[in-house]
Design a protein around this ligand. Structure first.
Ligand SMILES: C[C@H](O)[C@H](O)[C@@H](O)[C@@H](O)C(=O)O
Ligand SMILES: [Mg+2]
Length: 392
């Protein structure tokens, strides 16, 4: 087959849900008094949008090959991401052979080291890399999971993240992860509310259904230790992202302090093989949760996964719609996945990146057989307005 080259790179932005799934309206569980590092400031305690969690919006990266075939992917990066994609990264793509994902990744990462390394820049590199894999799949008429080595299981199984683990249980999910709503700034009263809520949910779901708590970087070592020990009495399965991502030392200490059967997990705001090597080698967590739209894309996540596998660690990706599904189904050390309940009351299964993607698969009864459509098997919804803020 003549190797196709990339003819053009286009970066668009979109608002309202999509890849920036925190960008929801009012009365949505995902923005209802969730504990965060900003909760120490009362003005920013009730809503994460109030301090800017949805300030970026969605970035859509579209790559067109010289035969007119297009691939795309999305991430959380918005207008600054569009600038980076068009004005900086496009030069490493236009004219390059589509299949040279490794060389393109290395050039994007190396060329942005002086201002990137993690965060927004790695979100953009991730979207470009995922768009490359989508384009490659379409050119080869294969789903991305087939390009990665094929499925190691027939279907995916999911736990659900949302405010209603009891409903998640009824919908067939293997577990429910709740967002923490009260952090250290709300003192012992806040901790008592968390424990009471957790105990009440445990009562409703029974002793065997997995229950987890997502702390979204909001705690300190002492508070996380006391909360973990208290919820261990009620069968907490894992405590997630209890501490700020850069405090590797406190994660390692927290893991030593908590009972072995209460897992400490983190990683959704970590990036690159080097960041995850730090988490693994310092003993920060029991399993890692990279987000493939933020950690460096599929090319980097395959490296991260092999690193974890060499240490017997699971890789349970932070929910990222089809991008995490196509990865997880090919990895022996990714036996289950996250599904984020994006319905405002977490009472119904709706596509995670709704309304941005068409044909986005969702779990049924907590399980999913991945469609074998080419690439990631999704299309952009033409009814979602896209803006191209920068040309190059
Ligand atoms: C539910 C959490 O607060 C975050 O909104 C979520 O994006 C992430 O932490 C998760 O693990 O799903
Ligand atoms: Mg999380």
């Amino acid at each position: 087959m003549t190797p196709r080259t990339i003819r053009s790179v286009r970066a668009h932005t979109a608002q309202g849900g999509g890849a920036d799934y925190h960008d929801q309206g009012d009365d949505h569980w995902i923005d209802d008094h969730i504990a965060t590092p900003m909760a120490k400031y009362p003005d920013y305690r009730q809503s994460r949008r109030s301090f800017g969690l949805s300030v970026l919006g969605t970035l859509v990266v579209e790559l067109e090959a010289d035969d007119g075939t297009t691939g795309f992917a999305v991430t959380t990066a918005g207008e600054p991401g569009a600038f980076i994609a068009e004005r900086h990264l496009a030069r490493f793509l236009e004219g390059a052979p589509v299949q040279e994902v490794e060389r393109i990744w290395d050039q994007m990462y190396s060329a942005t080291l002086f201002y990137g390394r993690k965060g927004l820049v790695l979100n953009v590199i991730s979207a470009v890399d995922l768009a490359l894999w989508d384009l490659l799949g379409k050119l080869r008429d294969e789903p991305v999971y087939a390009l990665l080595g094929g499925a190691v299981r027939d279907e995916l199984v999911f736990y659900a993240t949302g405010s209603r683990p009891d409903l998640a249980q009824q919908l067939g999910f293997i577990g429910g992860k709740m967002p923490l709503q009260h952090g250290p700034a709300e003192g012992s009263e806040g901790m008592a509310k968390t424990i009471a809520r957790f105990a009440s949910v445990r009562e409703r779901v029974g002793p065997d259904f997995w229950l987890m708590l997502d702390c979204w970087m909001s705690l300190d070592l002492d508070y996380a230790t006391r909360l973990g020990r208290a919820l261990h009495e009620h069968g907490l399965r894992w405590i997630e992202e209890a501490l700020p991502p850069d405090d590797y030392w406190s994660y390692a200490e927290l893991r030593k302090r908590l009972p072995a059967e209460l897992l400490v997990t983190t990683g959704e705001h970590e990036a690159t093989r080097w960041g995850f090597r730090m988490l693994l080698e310092m003993g920060c967590c029991d399993f890692i949760q990279p987000d493939v739209n933020w950690c460096g894309g599929m090319t980097e996540l395959m490296k991260i996964s092999a690193l974890a596998d060499s240490r017997g660690a699971l890789v349970i990706p932070h929910g990222s719609s089809v991008y995490s599904y196509h990865f997880a189904i090919t990895r022996h050390n990714s036996p289950f996945c996250e599904f984020l309940m994006m319905h405002p009351e977490a009472s119904e299964v709706v596509p995670m990146f709704s309304p941005l993607l068409l044909d986005e698969p969702v779990p049924v009864g907590g399980r999913m057989k991945l469609p074998d459509r080419p690439g990631f098997g999704v299309r952009l919804n033409p009814e979602v307005p896209l803006v191209r803020p920068y040309q190059h």
